[in-house]
Design a protein around this ligand. Structure first.
Ligand code: PXG
Length: 268
């Protein structure tokens, strides 16, 4: 039971993670737990478990689910308080670990590529609520997703307050331009994705030139290839962005190679 006085529900006062399990093994659990504790620190919330305990209960939750391929959703809220905002009224954080499965798009979308549009809603300003915090305040991203769905698209790309390319509703953005892999840097105020990190590592190991730099829509329109990354989404090619066909209009060679390498990594 979740209390109606839980401040995670009343105020979005809390944080979460999304973690994949592949063939019974949790992918990059330590990185996800590190990010969860960093999010907690940023919102001045003390998780009532050590990192080791958190890893142990997460592992135990997966075991009890009986699932071999799963999606784990840890959630930590400020806890049960009264109807005021004051977090001092919440003596004990609520800790939730959901283990289920997830599928964002059909296989056909991964084979053919996604139709993506620019969202009118920008990501929150990093000095208002840093997008680096994986907080329970996802309304800007939900609004953006609704805009995309209303436009008949599979996904959206959100800009930041300055108009630079930021991220998808739950994905990081990559492009390939003349053989160079490019993606916006986290300091610009986006979530530092665990999948993003894995793709950067795989690309560097494959000898692909990589640049973390500010991108704008022009860079995406004129890219040879583009794709999104996320724990739930994995690596998803973009076929059309704002009506512009990207490259040859399907997953390009670099994207396909990275999809293959990513699939091998998560099963390694
Ligand atoms: N940016 C944002 C805003 C995210 O929420 C990512 C990037 C990718 O990060 P990881 O660490 O997962 O590579 C996320 C991921 C969904 C969904 O339905 C996605 C996320 C959270 C909840 C749902 O796709 N977050």
């Amino acid at each position: 039971m979740i209390s109606v006085y839980d401040h995670g529900l009343l105020y979005g006062d809390g944080i979460f993670e999304g973690i994949r399990v592949y063939e019974g093994r949790i992918f990059r659990l330590v990185q996800h737990i590190d990010r969860l504790y960093a999010s907690a620190q940023a919102i001045n919330l003390t998780i009532p478990l050590s990192r080791e305990e958190f890893a142990a209960v997460t592992t135990e939750a997966v075991r009890r689910s009986g699932l071999q391929d799963a999606y784990i959703r840890p959630v930590v809220t400020r806890g049960v308080g009264d109807l005021g905002i004051d977090p001092r009224k919440c003596p004990k954080p609520t800790v939730i670990i959901i283990v289920d499965t997830i599928m964002v798009w059909s296989q056909e979308r991964y084979d053919q590529g996604l139709r993506v549009v620019t969202a009118g809603t920008p990501i929150p300003h990093r000095e208002a609520l840093s997008p680096r915090v994986k907080s329970l305040n996802y309304l800007a991203h939900v609004m953006a997703k609704i805009e995309g769905l209303e436009a008949g698209a599979d996904e959206v790309i959100m800009m930041d307050a300055a108009g630079n390319v930021a991220e998808g509703s739950g994905q990081n953005v990559f492009i390939v331009t003349k053989g160079t892999l490019r993606t916006p840097p986290p300091f610009a105020g986006i979530l530092a994705g665990v999948t993003r990190d894995a793709i950067l590592e795989l690309a560097r190991a494959a000898g692909l030139p990589v640049r973390e730099e500010i991108l704008n829509r022009y860079d995406l329109y004129t890219a040879d290839e583009a794709f999104l990354t996320g724990t739930a989404s994995e690596v998803a090619p973009i076929r059309v962005y704002d009506g512009r066909t990207i490259g040859a209009g399907g997953p390009g060679p670099v994207t396909r190679d990275l999809m293959r390498r990513f699939r091998a990594l998560v099963r390694a």
